[in-house]
Ligand binder design. Structure first.
Ligand SMILES: [Zn+2]
Length: 297
C-alpha cells in the first residue's frame, strides 16, 4: 500500500481522515478517505500502488458489463439503453466547440464512445486505454485505432484538438504527470472534456460510506468543483463550462442502494437520483460533473 503524506493538488500536509468506505465490488476491504484542509481535496489514503491495484479491477463492473447475470444486470441494461443517448449528447457538446479535428478518448474502455465518433465521421478518433484486454477488444470488435497508455508519450506535442476522459481521471495514480501529458498533447486552442464523480453532490452526502461514486480503492480521488478547478489551474488550464452528467445520479444512487442492502433499490435509487438532480439545479453540484477545460492563454 502507498501512503500519501501530502495533498496531490495543493501540496499541503494538513490532511486527516474523513470517512472509511468498503470496496463493494471486488474485495470487501475497507479504505479510508483523507481530506486536505487547505484545498478540500478528498482522496483514498492509503491506496494500492500501481503494482497492487490489478486484482481490485477483477469484477463485472470493470471487466465487462455484457452478459452480467448478477443482481446488477437490470441496472446495466438500463445503463446500456441510456448510454447511446449519452454518447450522442457528448458528441453534440464537442461539436459546439470543434467541428472537426483529432480526438483522443483517453481511457476508452470497450470503445463505445470511440466507435460512435468514428461513425459520426466528423473527427479523426484515437483511443487509449491502460487495459491490454480493452485495447485488443476495441481493435478486434470495432477495428479502430487504439493504443496502450504506455504509448502516450510517443504522440507528438499538440497532436489533439480534443481529449476526452469520461470517468477516468479519478483512477490515475500519477495525477499531476497525467495533467502534464494532457498539457503536452493538447493543441493551444484545444479542449478537454473531463467527467468525474462529484463528492459534494446531494447523493454523496445522502449515502455517505455507501455512495457508489467513492468506488474504493479504484477511485483514488473524489473531486469537487474547488479541488478540480485548482488542479486544472495548477497545470495551466481553466474551466470554461461545468455541466451535468444527467444519467449518473439515478445510476449511482441505485448502486448505492444495493450497497446499503435495503429493499426496493431500484425505486429508492430512482427517487434519490431525482432529488439529487433537483438539488443540483440550485447548487450546481450534480452527482457527476463534466468539465469543459481550455488552456490558459
Ligand atoms: Zn490540498
Amino acid at each position: 500500500m502507498e501512503h500519501l503524506s501530502f495533498c496531490l493538488v495543493c501540496g499541503g500536509n494538513h490532511i486527516s481522515k474523513e470517512l472509511s468506505c468498503k470496496d463493494f465490488v471486488a474485495s470487501t476491504e475497507a479504505f479510508d478517505l483523507h481530506r486536505c484542509a487547505d484545498c478540500s481535496f478528498l482522496f483514498t489514503n492509503p491506496r494500492p500502488s500501481v503494482q497492487e491495484i490489478g486484482p481490485y479491477y477483477q469484477s463485472d463492473r470493470y471487466v465487462s458489463h455484457a452478459g452480467s447475470k448478477d443482481g446488477f444486470s437490470f441496472v446495466y441494461k438500463v445503463y446500456d439503453l441510456v448510454r447511446d443517448y449519452s454518447i450522442g449528447r457528448k458528441i453534440k457538446l464537442i461539436k459546439s466547440f470543434h467541428s472537426s479535428g483529432d480526438i483522443m478518448d483517453l481511457g476508452c474502455g470497450l470503445g463505445y464512445f470511440l466507435n460512435a465518433l468514428h461513425k459520426d465521421g466528423s473527427f479523426r478518433p484515437v483511443g487509449v486505454d491502460v487495459s491490454e484486454d480493452a485495447v485488443n477488444y476495441v481493435r478486434e470488435n470495432f477495428g479502430l485505432t487504439v493504443k496502450g497508455e504506455t504509448e502516450l508519450d510517443a504522440f507528438a506535442p499538440k497532436s489533439f484538438d480534443v481529449i476526452t476522459q469520461w470517468h477516468v481521471l479519478e483512477h490515475v495514480h500519477a495525477l499531476n504527470e497525467r495533467m502534464q501529458q494532457l498539457k503536452r498533447l493538447l493543441k493551444k486552442d484545444g479542449t478537454l472534456f473531463i467527467a468525474v464523480p462529484n463528492s459534494n453532490s446531494w447523493d454523496a452526502k445522502h449515502y455517505g460510506a455507501y455512495w457508489d461514486g467513492y468506488d474504493v480503492p479504484r477511485h483514488l480521488y473524489h473531486f469537487n468543483k474547488k479541488s478540480f478547478g485548482l488542479l486544472m489551474q495548477n497545470h495551466g488550464f481553466r474551466i470554461v463550462q461545468t455541466r451535468a452528467m444527467v444519467f449518473d445520479a439515478p445510476y449511482i444512487s441505485m448502486r448505492s442502494e444495493v450497497h446499503k442492502g435495503g429493499s426496493a433499490a431500484f425505486l429508492r435509487g430512482a427517487a434519490s437520483g431525482i432529488l439529487s438532480t433537483m438539488n443540483a439545479w440550485v447548487s450546481g453540484n450534480y452527482s457527476s460533473l463534466l468539465f469543459v477545460v481550455k488552456n490558459i492563454l
